[in-house]
Structures are given as structure tokens and as C-alpha cells.
Design a protein around this ligand. Sequence first.
Ligand SMILES: Nc1ncnc2c1ncn2[C@@H]1O[C@H](COP(=O)(O)OP(=O)(O)O)[C@@H](O)[C@H]1O
Ligand SMILES: [Mg+2]
Length: 394
Amino acid sequence: MSNLLSTSQERVYFKDLMSRFLFVSEGWIEAYTPGRTAEELTGKTDFDVFTTDHASAAFADEQEIIRTGVPLVGQVERETYSGRPDAWVSTTKMPLRDERGEIIGTFGITRDITAQIRAEQGLARQAGELGAQNERLRELDRLKDEFVALVSHELRTPLTSIIGYIQLLRDERASGLDTDHFAEVIERNAERLLRLVGDLLFLSQMQSGRLALELRDTDLAGLAAEAVEEARPEAARNHVDLTLSATPVPRITVDPTRIAQLLGNLVSNAVKFTPEGGTVEVTLAADDGEAVLSVADTGIGIQATDRERIFERFFRTEAATQRVIPGSGLGLTISRAIVDAHQGTITVRSDGEHGSTFTVRLPLAPEPLALARRAHAGRSGGASGQPARTVATG
Ligand SMILES: Nc1ncnc2c1ncn2[C@@H]1O[C@H](COP(=O)(O)OP(=O)(O)O)[C@@H](O)[C@H]1O
Ligand SMILES: [Mg+2]
């Protein structure tokens, strides 16, 4: 028995009532006190070998076994105390009895189960990853459903209108009436379709990380003026008073097409969510190293609970859908992505009753390092000295 244990690779020990070693196996020595002999260890305790914390815990366990006679079976612990890389072990400790059955100490066996634990951890991690992947697939599936519902409505409405007005155009032309109005409606609806298709394309590029910024030295006031002029016909139709007040801001390096798109989204939202007689005010100013663009309206407002959600894909407030105000719920998602790509921020303020104010802050001097790094990732060689730089986003 003694031979078997001493040559066993298992970590086995016997201890007396005071937890002093009576015997330790070769496997035990190799694991915890390489180079020492079983004789040297006889009479020593865990306190001579391990940290005080571990030795005290083991001592308490052993005294409990001696007091109750109840073994401790398969206790899994992490070994951080053996002076070797951390490992997981399973320990079983039992009372040691003499011929008469009296408890005279403890007997223990410890087994390295690091490989097993690592495998279990690996499996758990994989299960977690699969779960997350599954969740993403579900989310995609939900988006697809939303997308189909949206597209069937958002594509059909303008198309129905276009076809209807073309028919009218044909009829009225026969009777020689002024047809400008019909052409205008057709054009507006065709533009709405074009915008939707453009937004969807933009979104898919955004999601696949293929979006690139063409950075140029830009006059923001000019962009703001253009955005306001573009929205003016719609504002006039809705009887909304649209104004621009711009104080001079330094020229700024941005992607002018994207910033125009961002402004267009915010201004057209403000105009369409503001009832007759309301006002929309676009302002531009410089503040603390940033260009600050804001679009304030006196429209239907946004409930506090919706103020974060409006930036989600396809999200539209109930107020918007109930009033049958057209839209796809993509504008603000895209706007936020554009602002992010420029290292800026977009926030919304609304008292839920008397209109909303969207504020975009763009750094006048964005971190050159970050821009350079991004430019590099976007297109090799897109360095300074060229009129436009490409910035990868996504
Ligand atoms: N100026 C605003 N006033 C009130 N609600 C707004 C305003 N701008 C955006 N919203 C709300 O946020 C939603 C998302 O906006 P957006 O992404 O531009 O989608 P869309 O304009 O196609 O509805 C809108 O449907 C609307 O509910
Ligand atoms: Mg919009």
C-alpha cells in the first residue's frame, strides 16, 4: 500500500489530528514541493508549504472532518497558492481511522482537473457565442420583417400617387387644363422614392462598413443655406416659417455631401413634424472649438421615452405614424452615423409638447491622429496635400 501510494502520480497525503503530515505521495511532492523528500515533510503542516490563507482554509476543513466524521468529496478549487501557474483541482478529504474506528487524522487526494475545467469553460464560452449569434440572427430576421413591411408601404404610396397623377395628366391633357400641379406631385413622389432607395443603400453600406467619407475644406454656412433653400418649397406648402441665422464659423474639414444629407434630414423632419403656422429655425455658430448646428421647431415634439429610440433603424414615434406623416424611420439613424464619423455629437431636446431642437456639434479641428488613422484604413496613401481624404467608417 505504502509502495503503491509513494510511487503514485496522484497527490495523496495522510495527516494527524493536528493536520501534520504523516505521509505524502510522490505526486504530491512533485506538485507542491519539488525536490523535497517525504521524510523531510513528515511532521510539517500546510503552513510550512502554502500561503497562510490557503493553509488556514485547509486546516479548518480538516478539523471539521475530524469533528464530524463527514468526508469532503470532490471540492473544486482554484490553486493560486502552489507557486505554479494557476490550476484547477478537485480535492477529496476523508477521516483517517484506526482499527477500532477512532478518527486519528485525515486522508486526502487531490487531482488536477485544469484540462477538464478549461474544456468546460470553452464550451460555456462557445454556448455564449452561439447564443449571441442566434440573438443577432433573430434581430436580423426582425429587421427583415420590418423592412418588408416598410418597403411595401413606403414604396407603394408614392408609386400609387405617381401612377394616379400620370393617368390624370393624360385625361386633363385631353381637355387642355394646366397640368403643372400634377407634374409637381409626380416629381415630389419620385424624389421621395429616390430618397428612400438612397437611404436604404446608405444603411446597407453603413452596416457592412463600406461607407467612406470624402473630406474637404467646407463652408458650413453655405451648406446650411442650401439645406434651408431646399426645404423652402415644402415649408411653404405646409405654411411653416423657415429661417436661418448663421454667425461666421471657420472653415471646417468634413464630407460636404454627408453633412448636407444630415442637415437635409434634420430640416425636413422639422418641417414635416411642424403643423401649419409653426416655425423652424436653423442656426449655426462656433462654440468652444466646435461648430454648432441646430434645428429648432415648434412641432409635435418627442416624448422623453422616445428620445433615444428615434435614432434606431425604422423607429418612428406614434405621433408620427398616427398623423400619417410619411417617412421610413431611417433619417436619424443615418444622421447619427454621419455625425459619429465626423467625431461629433447629436442631441435632441424636446419638452414633448412645444417642439424639438436637434443640435449637432462638430469639432472644428478633429483629432488629426484619429483622422489620419481612419484615412489610412480607408484608402492607402490618402494623406495630406490632396484635396480630399477618405475616411473609413463603420
Ligand atoms: N423634428 C421632429 N419633431 C418630432 N418628431 C420627430 C422630429 N424628428 C424626428 N422625429 C421622430 O423621430 C422619428 C425618426 O425620424 P427619422 O429617422 O428622420 O424618420 P422619418 O423622418 O422617416 O420618420 C420620426 O418618425 C418622428 O417620430
Ligand atoms: Mg426623417
